[in-house]
Each structure stands twice: as structure tokens, then as C-alpha cells.
Write a protein that binds this ligand. Sequence first.
Ligand code: FES
Length: 111
Amino acid sequence: MITVRFHKADGTLDREVGGRPGQRLLDVAWAAGQPLEGACEGVMACSTCHVIVDKRDFAKLPPASDEEEDLLDLAAHATRNSRLACQIVLSEELDSLSVRIPPSAKNWLYG
Ligand code: FES
């Protein structure tokens, strides 16, 4: 199991959950009830799966593609450590991955 920590926009820890290698972070977030819409379900046609990755973990991720960078340019509250959750695939190296949900994320599950 790979531990993933989801933090609220204010930085406080919301959920700590387990994921499997090969699982997309977006799917882990959905299973954990996180307010990430992921409107295009991972085909990189939106930026509603935007997350802000902990600096230490960000360095472990493969670089974003040009398409992902273009979408992140459109994302509200994007930072230098922003990534799209649908493009992050869990691996053992990412154990204890910490991400923050940006302030503009709408909680579409719970209003
Ligand atoms: Fe649309 Fe990730 S779900 S870009």
C-alpha cells in the first residue's frame, strides 16, 4: 500500500488513505471523497483535477507533458508545484505522497 495524504486548501490534513501502485491519484482522490471534479475523467481536457503537490514529493514525479503544462496554465490557484491528479500514477517511490486541494475546488459530492 502506498500512503497518500490529502490536505485541505488551508493545509490541514483531511484524509490519509492507501493506494496501489499503478493507480491514478485522481481515482484515489475520488475514493477518498476529495472534492476534485475530474470533469474529463483523465483525458486532459479540463483542469478540474488540479492538486498542489508537496515540494519533496513533487521532485519525485516525472515531468509534466506539454499538454499538462498548458492545462495547468489555465488552472485557478496554480503554483510551481501544481500537477493534474489524473496524470499522477502511484508507485512505491511516492509512498507518503502529500497533496493539497486548491482553494477553488468545489466539493461536488457534499455541496
Ligand atoms: Fe480532466 Fe485531469 S480530469 S485533466
